[in-house]
Design a protein. Structure first.
Length: 254
């Protein structure tokens, strides 16, 4: 037993953290018994056996004075109301408000969370082909449903309707004066896209199309016809749901 009192292990931290009780005294992770250290447990039991705090603690690497990396991870989760999705939507600057999270740690966390988003939408190669709005939602939702402001994107498709590239056109309030056809179709022309699909999110979580959404869609569909690059659909991303303007009867493809 180390000087100064009983040892606090990872298991004790998990129990105490869940009950809202701060264990005392605290020891650095390297002073925990080997089998209880998050990194060692990941190697022996696999990542699925670790709590969110422990997984984030591994990314954080080292704690700060008097606090382990797992405790710093707990503070991060607390600031996001325990939601990994909310944490993933936080910019690195916001993560740095937590004591023990500097620019390097925040960048590591942001990179890891972005990898998770990309993994969530990656599948077999044939699934990159867009067959309908459900495929658009599956492709875009991991990175758009939790965005704090509206983002307007365009999916560039080849002749087989496979995604060639995803382009962020604008961030902010969707308005016909902001989303100009020039910005939407510039990349499509450069990439020789056969067609495009418009996508944007509603941070409120309600994907019901607004009057502005309809106006922007009509303007871009008309521009696509002139350019010979059909607009196949406009999909609005909400929280766990979406609206296709084609399915809603608001627009006709191309």
């Amino acid at each position: 037993m180390p000087r100064g009192g009983p040892r606090v292990t990872a298991a004790a931290e998990r129990t105490a953290g869940g009950a809202g009780v701060k264990p005392a005294p605290r020891f650095r992770i390297k002073e925990w018994p080997g089998p209880e250290r998050p990194r060692e447990r990941l190697q022996t039991a696999g990542p699925a056996a670790l709590s969110l705090r422990e997984l984030l603690g591994i990314l954080i690497g080292s704690g700060t004075e008097g606090r382990s990396a797992v405790e710093v991870a707990g503070d991060l989760l607390k600031g996001a109301d325990g939601s990994l999705r909310r944490l993933a939507s936080a910019p690195p600057a916001e993560m740095q408000r937590v004591r023990g999270v500097g620019p390097a740690v925040a960048a590591r966390l942001a990179a890891a969370l972005e990898l998770g988003r990309r993994l969530a939408r990656e599948g077999p190669s044939d699934r990159t082909r867009i067959r309908g709005p459900a495929d658009v939602y599956e492709w875009c939702a991991p990175s758009m449903r939790d965005a704090l402001q509206e983002e307007f994107r365009v999916l560039l498709l080849n002749t087989q309707h496979a995604v060639m590239r995803e382009v962020v056109v604008t961030r902010g309030i969707l308005d016909a004066s902001v989303v100009h056809p020039r910005e939407v179709f510039r990349a499509a022309i450069v990439e020789s896209a056969a067609a495009v699909i418009l996508v944007h999110n509603h941070p409120s979580g309600d994907p019901t199309p607004s009057r502005e959404d309809r106006e922007v869609t009509q303007q871009l569909v008309a521009a696509g016809r002139i350019l010979g690059i059909p607009v196949l659909d406009h999909v609005i991303i909400g929280d766990a749901r979406y609206v296709s303007l084609v399915e809603a009867g608001v627009m006709a493809p191309g």
